[in-house]
Design a protein. Structure first.
Length: 278
């Protein structure tokens, strides 16, 4: 039996075992996936321990510091200086970033090459911003005043990667609308502050597609409003499952149908509704 795990701290109740064990089951693989809580000060001592696994995932706060233990980085991990998936091959640890795959697969029907509004510019927001630029989109980063410096640094980074891209920064309070896609990469609307919405109804009404990285609650205020207005809306559970799907492609070369993936997304959403999630 092959063993896989998720490392992080604190882990609480993660959806990862449910997702990965179901993916293994679908392919009839004799594998088990569990959780391994590693405190930040202990991570540097865990190199040999982690090599015992066939592969593992990484969550907060280890996505950057784990790089010191990795033998080789895939292009995605180099681009974002962040690793959330490791494949153990012949005693070597190869690091990947599948968060970007999770995002792109969740939004595969979205016109990311159009006029895109991104709310938030933290870790996941940075990845999404760069992916939008790589897809040729015109990007507006909506921020609160405290995030101005971070947003300016991200803008400079994006232009360095994609020199001809158009990147604008705007305070959320000053946004006017006219976007094709809205992406929420901020924690606004996350449990327990479920009544909050990152943008106004006017902004939502002007777009056609909405993606919210928040997955608890399943239907955030942003998602609820978008659906009520007839928009295409996708929540964060899809990204959570799709990044795991990409990990299984890396580990075992396995691929899954949309029906199989959607079934797991619905199972995750049901667990969230039942309160069985961190």
């Amino acid at each position: 039996m092959k063993n896989y795990t998720l490392i992080g701290h604190p882990l609480g109740h993660s959806m990862s075992p449910l997702i990965h064990n179901e993916l293994f089951k679908l392919k009839g693989r004799d594998c088990i996936y569990n959780l391994t809580d590693i405190a930040p000060e202990k991570l540097s001592e865990c190199g040999e321990f982690l090599r015992r696994f066939s592969g593992f995932n990484i969550t907060i706060p280890h996505k950057v510091n784990v790089i010191k233990l990795i033998d080789e980085l895939a292009e995605s991990a180099k681009r974002y200086n962040s690793v959330n998936c490791v494949d153990c091959k012949d005693g070597r640890l190869i690091g990947y970033n599948t968060d970007c795959d999770g995002f792109l697969l969740s939004t595969k029907e979205f016109p990311l090459d159009k006029n895109v509004l991104l709310i938030g510019c933290g870790g996941v927001g940075r990845m999404m911003a760069i992916e939008v630029a790589l897809h040729g989109g015109k990007l507006t980063i909506g921020i609160i005043p405290e995030a101005a410096d971070t947003a300016e640094k991200l803008k400079a980074e994006i232009i360095n990667i994609v020199p001809d891209t158009i990147v604008e920064i705007s305070l959320i309070s000053e946004l006017k609308g006219g976007f094709d896609v809205i992406i929420n990469a901020s924690p606004v609307g996350m449990y327990p502050k479920v009544q909050a919405c990152p943008v106004s109804d006017e902004i939502i009404s002007s777009c056609s597609y909405v993606f919210d990285a928040v997955y608890n609650p399943v239907e955030t205020q942003l998602i609820k409003k978008a659906v009520s207005m007839g928009k295409t809306a996708v929540g964060g559970a899809a990204m959570l499952v799709y990044q795991a799907v990409k990990a299984h492609e890396i580990w075992d070369g396995d691929f899954y149908t949309d029906e199989e993936v959607n079934r797991i997304i619905k199972a995750v959403e049901e667990k969230v509704r039942q309160g069985e999630v961190k």
